[in-house]
Structures are given as structure tokens and as C-alpha cells.
Design a binder for this molecule. Structure first.
Ligand code: UT7
Length: 332
């Protein structure tokens, strides 16, 4: 029997054009450009404006661009997974809306919620369908409209997040490239530090929940920082040790973009130079499920076939993980 690996054979990203800068936040809350930049590394973030526009707008733009770029016919796509914490609505899945918008009619599609680790979880899930030879073309979307769940009066949280995302095409290969290994973790005890209090079945929306501002991201920054900085670095080092990879073997680290200090700590622990780390937090902030595909999309012209890439993320849940993949193609 042939053994298949799942290779990323194309990537496309999209961010809305409107921008919120640190100077804009200085007018909205008690903060400064200096505080935001030095504590987080963020200068600006993109915001999706317009009534009725949800995360599916981001996903649709990313997938349409991906289909065009990879010359993939929508009817040939077998499956589409959308990782997001800001679905257009509770149901149907945003993945279904994206599929519909893109003319993808022969796929089964669903959403996956693992907060900031969502893209990693979805990539690992999708790769299993490819490896088992049941599906040939799978699109994985990571996208979030964080501006829809951010309280713009909460200075500790509102400056962190932005909107955007990307999509990758996964296809089978018999070469030693693609997703090689992954380590994924969940610890539900972390929920108390990072969650949205209302809007789900435990606490459905009501006048009281709206008055109490319970439909926004609730984050205790410091404890989340402590868990993130330890666990993201640990899991990135763990995938190296498990596969006997040294820092010299690794071409790129693709870290979740939540805070520059977490990114730097992870790179340091891995022994990776800053030039080998994909960092775009300065321009996008934390786009939750969107950060990793946005990085890969921006760095795509610099990636070479066979490059060893480690992706790592940490987020709400808590969820965290790392993936080792070998990039599958040279720039066009
Ligand atoms: O992606 C999901 C996972 N999320 C993360 O990984 C985020 C992890 N957490 C963080 O990135 C950081 O904890 C924050 C960026 C959220 C906060 O940075 P910090 O260095 O942990 O700051 P802090 O919470 O210790 O606050 C330091 C001070 C406080 O003032 P006092 O008590 O020392 O007087 C805050 O009130 O900074 C104050 N502060 C601000 N000052 C100006 C908090 N937010 C702001 C602000 N502007 N926007």
C-alpha cells in the first residue's frame, strides 16, 4: 500500500483594508503607542468594517485567491475546514458559507474551534484524511474577525487583536515532504483565564449579558502570558527533540503572533535566529486563527522545497501545539 503525506501545495492570505493604529487607540482608551509597542510588538491591525460582514468574508477572499493561484477547480475540492472563534453565526458553520461563496459543491465542510491553535488543529485533522487516502484536495482556512468580540473600552485586551486570515491547499504526496509530525495539547483548566462568558448554551444572550459586556473576549493577560511563554516554547522544543532536529536543521519558525515577547522566548529556547522567525505581529496584531496562514502567505516567496518549518501556537482552552513540516514547492 502506498503511504501518503499531506503537503501544502498553495497558500493565500487576506486582510481587510481598514487599519487601527496605536495612535487611534491613544484617542480611544488610556494607553500610549510606546506601551503597546514595547509590551506587545504591535503597531497596527486591520479591521473588517461593514454591516453584515463576518469571518466568511475573510475566508472567502482567501479561498478564492487560493483556488485561482493553484488553478484548482472548486468542484475538485473534497473537504474544507475553517478554524475560527468568530464564526458568522452559531450555525451553520462558516466553512459551509465559504464553500458556498466559492462554488465548492462536492466537499464536506465544517468549523473547528481551538482558539489561537485552531489552524494547527485543523491542519493536523485534515492531514489525516489525506494520509488515509480518502480525500485528495482539502482546504484549511484559519480566519477571525476579532474586532467583533473585542471590548474597545478594555485597554488591556482591545489593543491586541486584529482581523484577517488565510487558506492552504493540502494534497497527497509520496515524497518525504509535507506534514511530518505534530504534538497537540489541551488543558481545559485554562478556561478561567481566557474565554467569552455569554452567548453559548450555558449562558444564552440576554439583556443582562449584554449590559454586563459578557459577549467580549475575557482575558487575564498575565496568567495567559505565563502559560503561553512556557508551553509554546516547550512544545516547539519537544517536536525538535522528538525528531532529533537541531536549530541548524530548521529553516523557519512560524509562531502564533500574540505577543513579541512570547515569540522571542520561543525562538531563544529553540536556538533559532530572529531572521529565521516569521514575524508580522507589528502590522496585524493577533488575528487568532489567522496568524499562521498569514505568516506562511507573506513568506511564501522565500520558502524552498524541503525547508524544515516548525509551526507553534498557544491559545484559549488552553490549547497548544507544534507541527514539523517540510515545505513542498519552490517559489513560482
Ligand atoms: O493569543 C491568545 C493567547 N494570548 C496571549 O498570549 C496574550 C498573553 N498576555 C500578554 O500578551 C500580556 O499579558 C498583555 C500584553 C496582555 C499585557 O502585558 P503585561 O506585560 O502582562 O502587562 P500587565 O498586565 O502586567 O500590566 C502592566 C501595567 C498595568 O498597570 P499597573 O497595574 O502596573 O499600574 C496595567 O494596568 O500596564 C497597564 N496596562 C496598560 N497601560 C497602557 C494594561 N494595558 C495597558 C495599555 N496601555 N493598553
Amino acid at each position: 500500500m502506498r503511504r501518503y503525506k499531506a503537503a501544502i501545495t498553495g497558500i493565500h492570505g487576506w486582510v481587510p483594508e481598514d487599519i487601527l493604529t496605536n495612535a487611534d487607540f491613544e484617542k480611544m482608551v488610556d494607553t500610549t503607542d510606546e506601551w503597546i509597542l514595547s509590551r506587545t510588538g504591535i503597531r497596527e491591525r486591520h479591521i473588517l468594517k461593514g454591516e453584515g460582514k463576518g469571518t466568511s468574508v475573510i475566508g472567502t477572499e482567501a479561498v478564492k485567491g487560493l483556488l485561482l493561484k493553484t488553478q484548482t477547480k472548486p468542484e475538485d475540492v473534497d473537504m474544507l475546514i475553517c478554524a475560527t472563534v468568530t464564526p458568522d453565526m452559531m450555525f451553520p458553520a462558516t466553512a459551509n458559507i465559504i464553500s458556498h461563496n466559492c462554488g465548492i459543491k462536492n466537499a464536506f465542510s465544517y468549523d473547528l474551534n481551538a482558539a489561537c491553535s485552531g489552524f494547527l488543529y485543523a491542519l493536523v485533522t485534515a492531514s489525516k484524511f489525506i494520509e488515509s487516502d480518502t480525500h485528495k484536495k482539502i482546504i484549511v482556512v484559519g480566519a477571525d474577525k476579532m474586532s467583533s468580540i473585542v471590548d474597545y473600552t478594555d485597554r488591556q485586551t482591545c489593543v491586541l487583536f486584529g482581523d484577517g486570515g488565510g487558506a492552504v491547499l493540502l494534497e497527497p504526496t509520496t515524497e518525504e515532504i509535507g506534514l511530518i509530525d505534530s504534538i497537540m495539547h489541551t488543558d481545559g483548566s485554562g478556561m478561567i483565564h481566557l474565554h467569552m462568558k455569554a452567548g453559548g448554551s450555558a449562558k444564552p444572550p440576554s439583556h443582562a449579558t449584554i449590559d454586563a459586556k459578557e459577549h467580549f473576549v475575557y482575558q487575564e493577560g498575565q496568567p495567559v502570558f505565563k502559560f503561553a511563554v512556557t508551553n509554546m516554547a516547550d512544545v516547539a522544543v519537544a517536536i525538535m527533540e522528538k525528531n532529533q532536529l537541531t536549530s541548524k536543521d530548521i529553516a523557519w519558525l512560524v509562531p502564533h503572533q500574540a505577543n513579541m515577547r512570547i515569540i522571542e522566548a520561543t525562538a531563544r529556547r529553540m536556538g533559532i535566529q530572529k531572521e529565521q522567525v516569521m514575524i508580522n505581529i507589528e502590522r496585524y496584531g493577533n488575528t487568532t486563527c489567522g496568524t499562521l496562514p498569514l505568516c506562511l502567505w507573506e513568506w511564501e516567496p522565500q520558502l524552498r522545497k524541503g525547508d524544515n518549518i516548525v509551526l507553534a501556537a498557544f491559545g484559549g482552552g488552553f490549547t497548544w501545539g507544534s507541527i514539523w513540516l517540510k515545505w513542498a514547492y519552490d517559489p513560482a
